[in-house]
Write a protein that binds this ligand. Structure first.
Ligand SMILES: *Cc1c(COP(=O)(O)O)cnc(C)c1O
Length: 423
């Protein structure tokens, strides 16, 4: 099942056979998905675990309603940013005590980027990528502005058409911020090689794992990276707006100084001292009171992850994306639809982007038929394959709906060209 044989004739029966042989198939029942929907947007908002509503309800009625303020101790609320961080650790190759739950990914990136800059005093350059998710670039702009003094902080952006990492790295670079899996194209960086290259130049490597955590195994300690951030509402299924996570390599923790120093990162928060003193360890990246109801939904999703074999997850993810790519090549080429995502396994995350035709309208038309992906400007149709709940038959059916919408030109209906606030 690990790869879709290129020569084999693919039909729906073959897809059903792959589903029957899929060791991850039982996980689908752990999610509540609406009838008649093929959900290929788990890279944007993960599906709802079947256990989440009851778990959140219990936290509300028992821990909040009955326990009241006692729950900060009795229900372990105070330490949740770290206890939940420890449960995310295995998904990203981190050790216990290296991960803390943050706020949004944007604010966590600000926390870590400033910390990274302070780990390399005297160096005045931040490096990122032009095609990054824009919030990453906006955050780096404010880091630049904030830390610029007599000497300005310079920003260098790499791009597929150049400059390359090799071109921009020198002894002035303090931090390099890159997204492991590109949010648009699904291209996957070689984390080992890039980290090695960045550290050889003496810079701090900060990985954005938004499209990696829960999508494929990540080994931050194995590659010896420095800092990382990521989302929990995408492949991890923590719920809309669930908080980010921050990873700080153990070797940096004593020295690391985050941007925002709040009372919950203090060594003795309940002594209410006038002077700030950071707590030892990753806890110093905490800021203020954590949103416990959001944490409750995240906690329910992490219970599922404890049972997942990440090697199998990756195997299925590659098989699903291989199948999708093969079917698009075979069935959609007549309408000029092409695959943008790299075909090599080692260069692909768990999503596939297509280009061609009026992508926005085509996406709206297939969403109206129950196949949910999304559109990323200027011209990409994006499909995420969350291996815990997407089946091989889903992939077959999704491509059939795409083919039908193109063949009948259903996407030409005027209502499919109207843009909502969120695409
Ligand atoms: C989804 C995503 C974000 C989201 O940031 P928030 O602050 O959580 O809204 C940031 N960076 C990347 C690369 C993403 O894919």
């Amino acid at each position: 099942m690990s790869t879709i044989p290129a020569a084999a004739p693919i039909d729906r029966a073959a897809c059903l056979a792959w589903d029957a042989a899929d060791p991850l198939a039982p996980f689908r029942e752990r999610f509540t998905l609406p009838e008649g929907v093929i959900y290929l947007d788990g890279n944007s908002l993960g599906a709802l675990p079947a256990s989440t509503a009851a778990h959140v309800q219990r936290v509300i009625t028992q821990e909040w309603g009955q326990g009241l303020i006692r729950s900060w101790n009795d229900a372990g609320w105070f330490m949740k940013p770290q206890t939940l961080g420890d449960r995310i650790a295995p998904l990203i190759g981190a050790a216990p005590g290296e991960v803390v739950i943050g706020d949004s990914t944007s604010s966590s990136l600000f926390q870590t980027a400033v910390a990274g800059m302070r780990l390399r005093p005297g160096r005045r350059v931040v490096v990122s990528e032009r095609g990054s998710f824009p919030t990453d670039l906006y955050v780096l702009e404010s880091v630049q502005e904030m830390l610029s003094g007599a000497e300005p902080i310079e920003r260098r952006l790499i791009h597929d058409d150049g400059p390359t990492l090799d071109d921009v790295l020198d002894e002035d670079v303090a931090i390099v911020v890159l997204t492991h899996v590109d949010y648009r194209t699904g291209r996957l960086y070689d984390m080992t090689e890039v980290t090695r290259q960045v550290q050889a130049a003496g810079a701090i490597m900060i990985w954005d794992l938004c499209h990696s955590a829960g999508a494929l195994p990540v080994d931050l300690n194995g590659v010896g990276a420095d800092l990382a951030v990521g989302c929990t509402y995408k492949y991890i299924n923590g719920g809309p707006g669930s908080p980010s996570f921050i990873w700080v390599a153990e070797r940096h923790q004593a020295e690391a100084r985050p941007a925002v120093t709040g009372w919950q990162g203090h060594a003795r928060p309940f002594d209410f001292e006038v002077e700030y003193a950071p707590t030892p360890g990753v806890g110093r990246f905490r800021v203020g009171t954590p949103p416990l109801l959001s944490y409750a939904a995240l906690e329910a999703s992490l219970e599922i992850w404890e049972e997942v074999d990440l090697a199998r997850l990756r195997e299925k993810s590659l098989a699903l994306t291989d199948l999708f790519i093969a079917l698009v090549d075979e069935r959609l080429a007549d309408w000029g639809i092409e695959v943008v995502t790299p075909r090599e396994h080692e260069a692909r995350g768990s999503q596939v982007a297509l280009r061609g035709g009026d992508g926005y309208a085509v996406m709206q038309a297939i969403i109206a038929r129950g196949v949910i992906g999304d559109f990323r400007a200027p011209d990409l149709m994006r499909f995420g394959f969350a291996p815990l709940y997407v089946t091989f038959a889903d992939v077959w059916d999704a491509v059939e709906v795409l083919r039908d919408v193109l063949e009948r030109e259903e996407w030409r209906k005027p209502e499919y060209s109207r843009r909502g606030a969120v695409t």
